[in-house]
Design a protein. Structure first.
Length: 301
């Protein structure tokens, strides 16, 4: 009789321990919303869940990189648009200078051309987050360090020896072991034409040189087409990055749904299970109480 009572007592304790464990698990699921605290507690889906989270995190890194690249491209675009406005202003100056017959009046227009040259210098040295956007991968260096001054017409296309940046374009990571170049660099022929064109215009106005004024006109007119091409390149980069970013974001929506399916619990189901385990624990406690009473009576006998 006492042996049987002992086994009943042991079974009751085991049932209580099991119910307590299940009750604790259900309680955690209700309060946290997750199926388990650790990957090892959900062995069937742990590997898949870990891989999905890693892929999602990688996509977030790629998306953040693309957003930074977009910001640099938009900064470039703004600078190029300002240069386009500058060329319109320069056209007014070189038209007046070419039509003017007085050397004195031409010379009086030179400071206006110098002001435009100084503005171009600043635009080519545009920065984003402390980095020069037109210096390629050498973005810690300014693309041009020497201010523009009066110089004779150097020919078309002009040299790019002024450039102190890197000829390799900036890069952004767009996938596992994949990097994509973007933007334009300060040694683009369009920038060289603007620089040489403005310098030739200053020189021609100061020295009453029709040859240099005509050379500047050819350079600056060609630069207008160059700027349009550069803006087209940047627009293409922005469109391509937008497609990539949309792909990563759409993929992450799917992965987040799958991660939720694997890791998050159905609260209604967990609440029902909690009530069942609570009832089972109470039942086990009741049985254990009765077993202990019987055991004590047997001992007294």
């Amino acid at each position: 009789m006492r042996v049987a009572t002992f086994f009943q007592h042991q079974q009751s304790i085991e049932r209580m321990q099991l119910s307590t464990s299940r009750l604790a698990k259900a309680s955690f699921q209700i309060t946290s919303g997750f199926k388990a605290e650790r990957f090892e507690d959900m062995a069937n889906s742990a590997s898949q869940l870990f891989n999905l989270q890693q892929l999602r995190d990688n996509n977030d890194i790629f998306t953040n990189g693309l957003q930074s690249a977009d910001s640099r491209l938009l900064t470039m675009e703004n600078s190029l648009n300002s240069m386009t406005d500058l060329l319109i202003e320069a056209a007014n100056v070189y038209t007046l200078g070419r039509n003017e017959l007085s050397a004195e009046v031409r010379a009086s227009m030179a400071p206006k051309a110098q002001g435009m040259a100084d503005t171009f210098f600043q635009l080519l040295n545009t920065q984003f987050e402390g980095r020069f956007v037109f210096s390629g991968q050498g973005s810690e260096r300014a693309p041009i360090t020497t201010s523009l001054t009066a110089n004779p017409f150097p020919g078309n296309p002009p040299p790019t020896t002024y450039y102190t940046g890197d000829s390799d374009k900036m890069r952004v990571i767009t996938g596992p072991n994949i990097s994509t170049t973007y933007g334009v660099t300060g040694d683009h022929v369009g920038f060289a034409r603007i620089k040489a064109g403005l310098e030739s215009l200053i020189f021609g106005l100061q020295n009453d040189s029709i040859v240099d004024i005509d050379g500047s006109i050819d350079l600056l007119r060609d630069a207008q087409g160059d700027l349009s091409n550069m803006l087209g390149e940047i627009g293409g980069d922005l469109a391509g990055f937008e497609q990539l970013r949309d792909k990563f974001e759409n993929t992450n929506v799917f992965m987040n749904q799958r991660i939720d399916e694997l890791s998050k619990v159905d609260l209604a189901e967990a609440s029902t299970r909690f009530a069942q385990e609570e009832a089972a624990l109470n039942a086990s406690l009741s049985v254990t109480g009765r077993v202990l009473q019987i055991s004590l009576l047997n001992f007294l006998r």
